[in-house]
Design a binder for this molecule. Structure first.
Ligand SMILES: [Fe+2]
Length: 229
């Protein structure tokens, strides 16, 4: 197991509820041997990404550099990583609880944070979308979609103040390290748990399969910026 028993889920039928309750769940290969079974327990597959170093890398996940704390694709309620090869060098994922960060912010600061937009390419509608980095819905008071390289520019002073507060509190928040053994699954609530990665060894052979999953909680509110081809 990755963390120990508090996040371990050995009943697939309760996996979605447990992940929503704790933010994080882990499964060993004795509970689930394939990612399709895990997906069925959570919702619907959106898309997969191979997380390993590649010579012809175009995306940051296939390069060795450090990746700062962020949420993944906003339309994914859950992100699942399956470890296909832990690699010969330790390369944990780092996890922080975004709701614990927001708990230290005032309502005015959170309102300002909610007015800041993230711009991202929607893989479903093939459009550029804009959605708030914090929003409420019928399921939960606060949902996070923070991603530092997708933020809108030209913030107002109150937005910049709120963002600086959030980033400072996030930096000071304790983190968990997720260490993988072959066959392990790590599942996070992508609207709550932020993840990061230390730099990989330049010849790291770690190989994770990452799957974005749309669960019952639906999508964040979004405005179309423009269609893309
Ligand atoms: Fe990510």
């Amino acid at each position: 197991m990755i963390f120990g028993t508090c996040y371990e889920c050995n009943v697939l039928g309760t996996l979605a509820a447990r992940t929503r309750a704790h933010g994080i769940a882990t499964l060993g290969r004795e509970t689930a041997s394939d990612i399709g079974t895990v997906t069925e327990a959570l919702g619907h597959r959106l898309f997969d990404t191979e997380i390993r170093l590649k010579n012809d890398a175009k995306g940051i996940v296939n390069l060795p550099q450090e990746i700062p704390f962020h949420c993944d694709y906003p339309k994914a309620e859950f992100v699942v990583w399956q470890c296909l090869n832990p690699g010969s060098k330790p390369a944990p994922l780092l996890l922080k609880d975004g709701l614990a960060v927001l708990a230290h912010m005032t309502n005015d600061e959170i309102d300002a944070l909610s007015s800041i937009k993230m711009i991202y390419k929607c893989r479903i509608e093939e459009a550029l979308l804009m959605s708030p980095i914090v929003y409420s819905d019928g399921n939960r008071r606060f949902n996070l979609t923070y991603n530092p390289w997708s933020l809108q520019r030209n913030l107002t002073p109150s937005q910049q103040f709120a963002l600086d507060r959030f980033v400072g509190l996030l930096r000071d928040q304790a983190f968990l390290e997720a260490h993988f053994a072959e066959g392990d699954f790590l599942i996070i609530d992508n609207r709550r748990i932020l993840h990061a990665r230390s730099a990989l060894h330049p010849r790291s052979d770690r190989f994770l399969m990452r799957r974005m999953i749309s669960g019952a909680a639906g999508y964040p509110p979004a405005e179309v910026v423009r269609a893309v081809s």
